[in-house]
Design a protein around this ligand. Sequence first.
Ligand code: ZN
Length: 196
Amino acid sequence: MPNIIHIPGGEARSFLLKSGELLKVTDVEGKQVADFIAISFHKKDEYLSTAHTRTMNSRLTVMKGDQLYSNYRHPLLEILEDTVGVHDTLYPCCDPMRYKLDFGVENHRNCRDNFAQALEEYNLDYGFIPDPLNLFQNSPLNADGTFANFTEPESKAGDYVVFKSLTDLIIGISACPQDMTPLCGYQITDIKAEIM
Ligand SMILES: [Zn+2]
């Protein structure tokens, strides 16, 4: 019987994922970026590091079969299935300054505040939030290494990624509230997480 966590569009949730459990993250309606972070339950200063994952896998992105590494280079998760194949490991969470500096908007919902709220029960605060794996985010690079403009995600309704947990983890997922670029197709929708 799967344990289902519903993440409303623009919000975040956190939950525990035990070693050996599978986690399916589904883009319910399509074109919705899900910022994804993972923290060791037993050692709170150890977390999924996109920088270490890129280095250990010798690749800028992630794909089926990859292990995802911590800031101590331990494998924390493995990607068992991926129906999209387009994700981002380069961008930080959106945060209040992103909306203020780039769009002149104050008090916009953002992934970093979302995570800080969702992780409060584990005594993890805003300053701690690690850079996320941005599931379904389509942010290609130009040949000269500069960032190309955001493109809408390739994920369609029901597309998903399945992870296997290799240790006990605190998982955070934010259904990114970025509605001012094509990042989420200009429409913020829900993400579903299922522990199997
Ligand atoms: Zn965001």
